[in-house]
Design a protein around this ligand. Structure first.
Ligand SMILES: C[S@@+](CC[C@H](N)C(=O)[O-])C[C@H]1O[C@@H](n2cnc3c(N)ncnc32)[C@H](O)[C@@H]1O
Length: 282
């Protein structure tokens, strides 16, 4: 089981997503559009894995027969259910479960092999055993079913993360060493890893399309909005929180200067890159 991720997504990390659900959706809107364009949902039974606050589930629903949004995070599912209640949609359900093992015997309503497409926006990188997880997810698809999902390319392609960290670094204690490979934001960044995992788990015709696009931290807004959002993310807090107050203030000033340079009148625009992965259940 993904104990560490279950704790993370029901605690520290989910707090920020819970409080900023609309801002995350604004920031990640280009990737939702890219998944929709590639998935071409048309009367499908859709499984949205790691659905979080439900933006992708609700976006695919009008063209789908039914949608199940699956996530381990109780707080984020509560946002998704609130959004569903005010959406008027009648073909969506949100369920709590670990995608690596769901459905378990306790999930008596959920039948295996009932979906013909699995989608995700950045919800498939957090498994402690990716081969077990994708094998399980494959078993939830009908034969010939498809998957279309977004995952991040490597950190070197993410100017929206790298540039503020580089601007702030001279004022902060040395960053902790990069974590060893494992569950996390960049777990599926390497195309060879994606292809190998999917192929081992019963998928074929694996394709990765580059989705390089401008990203606004926290979505369009003022420079101060973007700085406040960036500084409150888990990744920024891990760098800022150990610093004394004056160093922290200097680091935030440096990020403000950078974001001011990158503001185009509607938002701070910086480079980002994801893979839009598609594959077929063999
Ligand atoms: C980066 S967030 C993306 C959320 C959402 N897809 C979006 O784009 O707004 C990752 C999501 O994956 C979920 N998640 C992580 N590990 C999971 C697992 N083993 N099973 C189901 N969901 C998981 C987290 O709770 C979180 O909601």
């Amino acid at each position: 089981m993904n104990e560490a991720q279950i704790e993370r997504w029901n605690g520290s990390e989910s707090d920020h997503w819970f409080e900023n659900a609309d801002r995350y959706d604004a920031q990640l809107a280009p990737f939702l559009a890219a998944v929709l364009e590639t998935a071409r949902i048309d009367g499908d039974a859709v499984l949205d894995v790691g659905c979080g606050c439900g933006a992708l589930s609700l976006a695919v629903a009008p063209a789908a027969a039914l949608v199940t949004g699956l996530d381990i995070s109780a707080p984020l599912l509560s946002v998704a259910r609130d959004r569903l209640a005010s959406s008027g949609l009648g073909n969506v359900e949100f369920v709590q479960g670990d995608a690596q093992v769901w459905p378990t015997e306790a999930d008596s309503d959920a039948a295996r092999g009932q979906f013909n497409i699995m989608v995700s926006r950045f919800g498939l990188m957090f498994f402690d055993d990716p081969v077990r997880a994708f094998t399980n997810l494959r078993s939830n698809l009908r034969s010939g079913g498809r998957t279309v999902f977004a995952c991040w390319q490597d950190l070197g392609q993410q100017q929206w993360l790298l540039e503020p960290m580089v601007a702030a670094a001279p004022f902060l204690p040395p960053a902790p060493p990069a974590p060893p490979a494992g569950p996390g934001m960049f777990a599926l960044a390497d195309p060879a890893t994606v292809e190998s995992v999917l192929t081992r788990c019963g998928f074929g015709s694996v394709e990765l399309a580059d989705c390089s696009t401008s990203l606004s931290p926290g979505g369009p807004g003022t420079v101060d909005d973007a700085v406040e959002f960036f500084a409150s993310t888990g990744i920024a807090r891990s760098l800022l929180d150990p610093a004394p107050p004056d160093a922290r203030a200097a680091a935030i000033d440096a990020v403000t200067t950078l974001f001011t340079e990158r503001h185009d009148g509607t938002g701070v625009n910086m480079g980002s890159a994801a893979w839009i992965v598609s594959a077929t259940a063999a």
